[in-house]
Structure formats: C-alpha cells, structure tokens
Design a protein around this ligand. Sequence first.
Ligand code: 5GP
Ligand code: MG
Ligand code: MG
Length: 169
Amino acid sequence: MEILISEEQLRARIIALGEQITEDYRGRPLTIVAVLVGSVVALADLIRQVTIPHRVALLQTSSYRGKTTLPTDLAVNSAFDPDVKGRDVLLLDDILDTGHTLKRVMDDMANRGALSVRTMVLLRKLGRQQVSLEPDYVGFEIPDRFVVGYGLDYNDDYRHLPYVAILPG
Ligand code: 5GP
Ligand code: MG
Ligand code: MG
C-alpha cells in the first residue's frame, strides 16, 4: 500500500495541534468530542498532547456503510449521549470529505447546549466539500483518494495501521 502520511509526520503534526489547542483553550471548559470510529487513534494521541484539563466524549454517526464508498443517509446514534451543556466543544473527526458529517454533529452539539463548537479534522480531502464549513484545526490536506489507516477503515479493516495509506484499486 502506498503510504501517504508517515508515522513520523502524524506524530509531529498531532504534537503541534495539541500545543495550539492547549493555548487556545487555556482556562476554558474544554470537551473534545470524537466522532467514532475513525477518529479514535487521533483522539488517543491528541489528548495526551493537550496539557490543560479537559474532558473527552464520543459520538457515533455513519455516512459510509459496509463496502460502499458512496455517502448514504447520515444517522446520529442516540446510544451516545455526550453531556456538553456549558462546555467549549472541540469536535474531532477523522476526515472532512463532503462535510455533511461535521455539519450534522456541529448542529447536534449546539442543540445540546454547548457554549461553543469548533472542529478539528485529521485529514481534509481537497475538492470534495459540499457544505460550507471551515474546520478550525486541520492535520493534513490530502488529494481526492480513498485513504485508510491511523483509525480510518475500508469495510472495518486497516484501522490499526500506524500510517495513512492510499487504498489500492
Ligand atoms: P463527509 O460527511 O465529510 O462526507 O464524510 C466524512 C466521513 O466519511 C468520514 O468520517 C469517514 O468515515 C468517511 N470517509 C470519507 N472519505 C474517506 C476516505 O478516504 N477513507 C475512509 N476510510 N473514510 C472516508
Ligand atoms: Mg466518520
Ligand atoms: Mg468508515
């Protein structure tokens, strides 16, 4: 598989973003809310670089199901119930593609009474966005290719890879 972003590049970028978030949220009631499952690897690495006190919560949506790489209807799983009332929420997602997922969960956080809602994506796919939304923190901008690894899956495989790679085919 062709490696697009190496372990070393990922580590360096997460450290830099962690430092930036630490400064931006100093003295604020920060809750980092990660969108399952793809962002869990970035979440685990990021929160250890954010050195101010903060909370962590999870939520789940789905826009890609099974083997397809086409977006289907987006659902938010009510089994996850992040309490973000009065909190400064930083939403974390693995990749910004069309933007529908982040838009949907941003609205959800606002409806739950968040004090503020900002967004971080590990990856931003260029030339794909359908929703106008400017993420506050971006790990890497990538070309319009289907990528896996560092949390991102294809049919639930490849999440454990320590790098981001382009899926062959
Ligand atoms: P959006 O709602 O922005 O179109 O889609 C975001 C979601 O689609 C991501 O959280 C991810 O689950 C999935 N996705 C989009 N592009 C890719 C990709 O290149 N690789 C993988 N593994 N998932 C992707
Ligand atoms: Mg996702
Ligand atoms: Mg997926």
